[in-house]
Design a protein around this ligand. Structure first.
Ligand code: AHM
Ligand code: MG
Length: 345
């Protein structure tokens, strides 16, 4: 089979971008290339899951008390490996690690960036062949280059990201990343082992006809959220919920719609991680013309207090997030939940 030589690979695309900015150092391009390499290795392993001798859950729980899957650990190690061996990352924070890891050596101390990632999001879906993904956000460090990076480099609001992206391991594998200049999507061509530009300049449609929420928690949602979901139903919108944020957000970015992970009675601060899940997607969706809020603030404006902070998140098409805002109270939601234990069914 012949290959279309007009389609740019991820490397060619980042080099082309560099040519437009002669003063750029190429450090961010190298970093994205490194992440692309880790993504290919994770893709190869994810594709094998289900085969004999590929273990599922490990004996450990992560900092969020969730069961760690063997592939979570594999994905974490691959990302850490490429970033540590590369020249563009001073340190990392990962959903699977309690603390930051500072790559304290002469080469890495010189780099401008730190990276935060969820190595394998939706990993509880591995066993059932449902799409899963990797999510990452890249920040310019605040501490002086030439020295080891510090915690303050990581505890920055999402609006300080210089790039953010995700990889979806689905019916095909795609890497999508955003810088302030735009969002571009690359599909892995397994026959040449390269990510190829397939979705240039992605825009989130201003409106959409689906809402994405775990409706099983209906009785745990605040009244305002229930009213908004009812509003979506009255409009005849479809409900779509994979339960893998990467898959739900990929659809929302391509087709429009709104994704909600509200606070619940059991998780009154929300479930999704601000640094590893909410911020990267909020950055991507905003560059693509959409919007992302927590209910009281723009996601990317939240100043984090700790690495593993969680937040409610409402994200997607601008018009739909606008409609949701009409249901929210200016000072925040009322935090009035029903206790599911008291509900008579
Ligand atoms: P994970 O990082 O442990 O995989 O959890 C995050 C996932 C998201 O991908 C998804 O949107 C959400 O958890 C689903 O949660 P729930 O099953 O409560 O609806
Ligand atoms: Mg996750």
């Amino acid at each position: 089979m012949s290959h279309n030589q007009n389609i740019l690979t991820l490397d060619e695309f980042t080099i082309q971008q560099l040519r437009m900015f002669p003063k750029a150092t190429g450090e961010l391009s190298t970093l994205l290339r490194d992440i692309g390499l880790a993504a290919k290795r994770i893709y190869a392993e994810v594709n094998k899951s289900g085969l004999a001798n590929i273990p599922g859950a490990t004996d450990t729980k992560n900092v969020h008390s969730e069961q760690v899957q063997a592939l979570d650990v594999f994905a974490h190690n691959q990302l850490k490996g490429v970033l540590k061996n590369g020249l563009s990352c001073a340190g990392i924070a990962s959903e699977e690690m309690e603390n930051i890891e500072v790559f304290d050596d002469a080469a890495n101390n010189k780099s401008k960036y730190v990276v935060m990632f969820d190595p394998l999001d939706g990993s509880s879906n591995i066993d059932t062949n449902i799409s899963i993904g990797t999510i990452f956000g890249v920040y310019r460090r605040i501490s002086e280059t030439g020295t080891p990076c510090t915690m303050e480099d990581f505890l920055q609001p999402g609006n300080k990201q210089v790039a953010a992206g995700y990889i979806i391991y689905g019916s095909s594998t795609m890497l999508v990343y955003a810088t302030r200049r735009g969002v571009n999507g690359f599909t892995l061509d397994p026959s040449i082992g390269e990510f190829c530009l397939s979705h240039p300049n992605m825009q989130c449609p201003t409106n959409g006809d689906s809402y994405s929420v775990n409706q099983g928690y209906w009785y745990q949602y605040e009244r305002e959220i229930q009213l908004f979901i009812t509003h979506c139903q009255e409009k005849g919108m479809s409900q779509r919920y994979v339960g893998s944020m990467v898959a739900d957000m990929h659809r929302t970015l391509l087709k429009g719609g709104i994704f909600l992970y509200p606070a619940t009675y059991r998780k009154p601060s929300g479930k999704l991680r601000l640094m590893y899940e909410c911020n990267p997607f909020a950055f991507i969706i905003q560059v693509a013309g959409g919007e992302a809020i927590s209910g009281t603030a723009k996601i990317i404006d939240i100043v984090p207090e700790c690495l593993h902070q969680v937040s409610p998140v409402f994200i997607g098409s601008k018009m739909l997030v606008g409609e949701l805002k009409k249901y929210l109270h200016p000072g925040g939601l009322h935090k009035v939940y029903s206790n599911p234990a008291e509900i008579e069914i």
